[in-house]
Design a protein around this ligand. Structure first.
Ligand SMILES: [Zn+2]
Length: 289
């Protein structure tokens, strides 16, 4: 049998608990969780390190080969089960019918999370993908990923860093958008040092002040977001009195938000504001075919 598979490496939760106090990553800090330990270990490109740390793996997808299994070669589920007959660990899965309701999927999610718990496998989410390889292949791919599945995370990981300041950016409508600037953190292999703060109400809600420790995530693994302030209680109003671009006085606008909340936003009313004109020009150029 000849095949090329996608595998997932992982550290069992019990191994992580045993090893976490004795190992540090390339940045000199302890590994944050079992997944980071597995990722850090494989990045050493030394099989002995993975062996010493008891890094495990299971097959997640079959990319090539095993053509002799022609009657089931188009089914991911059957192919994974065949691999397990050869002694390979496989990613635990359950089949979901195309007509399954959300209520029908809930118990399956519970079964898989329970199974992960019993099996000592760290779990942070699930992947829904099509069973047919040929159908999956017909869906194509973007420059970044294949279109044959969706990953769901139970929650986004958060990373601690230090908030430094707010950058205010005047848009074409005149709304001045606040952007948090914080010490760079690496999230999923990307360096992140900025995140939208949305509006004045969001900033007040977080009680931000320069130097406070914050938790940052990448929501849905894409959009940087400030989740929490670990040093609440010293809110400092950083709202500029004048537009950062044209110097004209700013105006605070209140509007109704979700759940009866009032949301405050900051605006520049100067129609000659350089930022507003520039952003309008950029926008008009983007819309051209
Ligand atoms: Zn302005």
């Amino acid at each position: 049998m000849d095949s090329r598979c996608f595998i997932r490496l992982y550290s069992k939760k019990s191994d992580f608990e045993r090893l976490k106090d004795t190992l540090v990553g390339s940045d000199g800090k302890p590994y944050r969780n079992a997944r980071n330990l597995a990722a850090g270990s494989i990045r050493c490109l030394d099989a002995n390190i993975c062996k010493e740390r008891e890094i495990s793996f299971f097959a997640f997808n079959i990319l090539e080969g095993m053509e002799e299994f022609e009657d089931i070669r188009d089914n991911l589920s059957n192919m994974l089960l065949s691999l397990s007959e050869y002694g390979f660990g496989i990613c635990p899965f359950l089949l979901v019918s195309p007509n399954e309701s959300a209520e029908g999927i809930e118990p399956k999610i519970k079964t898989l999370t329970d199974l992960a718990e019993i099996s000592d496998i760290p779990i942070d989410g699930m992947v829904l993908r099509f069973d047919s390889f040929s159908y999956s292949a017909s869906l194509g791919r973007t420059g970044h990923h294949y279109n044959d599945g969706i990953a769901f995370k139970f929650e986004d990981d958060t990373y601690e860093t230090v908030f430094r300041s707010i950058e205010w950016q005047t848009g074409r409508s005149g709304e001045i958008a606040p952007v948090a600037v914080f010490d760079t953190v690496e999230i999923d292999g990307c360096e992140v040092s900025r995140a939208s703060l949305h509006n004045l109400t969001f900033i007040k809600g977080l009680e931000l002040h320069p130097g406070c420790r914050i938790l940052v995530s990448k929501r849905n693994m894409i959009i940087p977001h400030v989740e929490e302030n670990l040093d609440r209680g010293n809110y400092q109003d950083m709202t500029p009195q004048t537009c950062p671009c044209c110097g004209q006085p700013t105006r605070i606008h209140s509007r109704a938000g979700d759940k009866g909340r009032i949301v405050e936003t900051l605006h520049c009313d100067n129609p000659e504001c350089g930022s507003r004109i520039l952003q309008k020009f950029v926008h008009s150029q983007k819309r051209k075919p």
